[in-house]
Ligand binder design. Structure first.
Ligand SMILES: [Cu+2]
Length: 423
């Protein structure tokens, strides 16, 4: 999620570096299917064209991944070895709408199961953690300032989402894989009408109860132009679907309110049970995470531009597809950068974020899996200066999940510990 007021006020100092990193990427780009069309000459404001381009790029990434796996197997002339990725053990993550009703229910059942299991984090570290689900939230809260607008952002959230998927499978008997949110789809259908958020028994639950008279949501900091988005069509407790009785135990740390301020409950690590609130906001989805913004993101040429476009260049008025997705959920903890994994929809959103990176990597494969595929330091916009993130930088989730891994192990979804792609 894009930072909200308090973190922005505290951290948005050295913006010039980040803004200077923006590059003009209007050079023609040949579509990966070999067609002569170039992305930049097709008006990507045309939704139908943008959707078609997205499909082409996703198909290309899929075909590339399969090709690489087959080449790898042939070159080594040996059958599949356990623990290495091949077509036989390759997992396919799918969009929520592509799952059957029983598959959707199996997923939400597993999430509810995780919320029933005992936390592993000792209470002296995260006193408010009551469940395995909370282990992930607490880890995200503790590391927020070192995993957003950093060199680790993409890989950290890739590994985080994968570990969560593994917990659903290994600890709660889930047989499927992590589904993802395709923002381009909900930008067309509207959030409440999407199968993901329609509130049915086979959804990720729906909107919060309607609270009238809410003002706009202002995302601001350090005298930069504010980003103002209208509040959504809910605002209260989620009262339908699988998560209608769910309790959010941790946070808030920096929950954005409609008057531009934020509220916190100290460091957010103490026990603070409350209902899950959502304020579904089509505006945020349609404005920042539509098919055209997705295509514009995939057109970026280097990793710095990609990750800054994804999270929004501070001061640009844009919060990127990452912020767009988070602010589409709204509510509590949806509008709290720190506690955002407290809404189970977080993991579908970050499935979408990871898929975007995966597609982008497939188009830039000579550079995107190595050192040139990393940009940034270990701190939020490097405002507290820190060393550059490298392939040897460690990612560590503490008690939530392990082992700690080096960045180099997390760069490919079909290398290191991973063996999955997206359909
Ligand atoms: Cu995050």
């Amino acid at each position: 999620m894009r930072f909200s007021t308090s973190i922005a006020l505290g951290l948005l100092v050295g913006l010039s570096d980040a803004l200077a990193a923006r590059q003009d990427n209007d050079a023609p780009t040949t579509l990966p299917n070999g067609s002569a069309t170039s992305l930049s000459t097709i008006p990507s404001r045309n939704t139908a064209v943008a959707i078609e381009q997205l499909e082409q790029l996703a198909d290309f990434a899929y075909a590339e991944a399969i090709k690489l796996l087959e080449e790898g197997t042939n070159r080594k002339r040996r059958p599949h070895r356990p623990g290495t990725c091949s077509r036989r053990n390759l997992a396919i993550r799918r969009e929520w709408g592509a799952l059957s009703n029983p598959e959707r229910k199996a997923y939400t059942d597993a999430v509810l199961c995780l919320q029933e299991k005992q936390a592993r984090t000792p209470s002296y570290l995260i006193p408010g953690a009551r469940s395995r689900f909370d282990d992930w939230i607490g880890t995200h809260i503790n590391q927020t300032a070192t995993i957003h607008y950093t060199g680790t952002f993409l890989a950290w959230h890739r590994y985080f989402t994968w570990q969560y998927e593994q917990a659903l499978r290994n600890e709660c008997g889930y047989k499927g894989y992590q589904p993802y949110w395709d923002w381009a789809k909900t930008a067309i259908t509207g959030l409440e009408k999407s199968v993901m958020l329609d509130g049915s028994a086979y959804s990720m639950s729906g909107n919060g109860k309607f609270i009238p008279g809410k003002g706009n949501i202002t995302i601001s900091g350090n005298g930069l132009p504010d980003v103002t988005i209208p509040s959504g069509t809910g605002g209260g407790c989620v009262n339908s679907g699988p998560f209608k009785d769910m309790k959010v135990n941790l946070g808030p740390v920096a929950l954005g309110l409609s008057n531009g301020s934020t509220i916190s409950n100290g460091d957010g690590l103490s026990y603070n049970p409350r209902c899950l609130k959502r304020d579904l906001t089509d505006y945020a989805n349609k404005r920042f995470a539509n098919a055209s913004s997705f295509i514009d993101l995939l057109k970026t040429r280097d990793i710095m531009d990609f990750q800054m476009t994804m999270q929004g260049y501070p001061g640009s008025g844009d919060i990127g597809v990452h912020g767009g997705g988070h602010y589409s959920m709204g509510g509590d903890p949806g509008r709290d950068l720190f506690t955002s994994p407290g809404d189970p929809l977080f993991y579908l959103h970050h499935g979408g974020i990871d898929r975007a990176w995966w597609i982008w990597q497939s188009r830039n494969k000579r550079t995107s899996y190595g050192a040139k595929g990393i940009a940034g330091t270990g701190t939020f916009l490097n405002q507290m200066p820190s060393p550059n993130t490298t392939l040897d930088t460690m990612i560590d989730f503490g008690y939530a999940a392990g082992p700690p891994r080096k960045m180099r192990e997390l760069m490919s979804t079909t290398g290191g510990p991973f063996c999955y792609i997206y359909k």
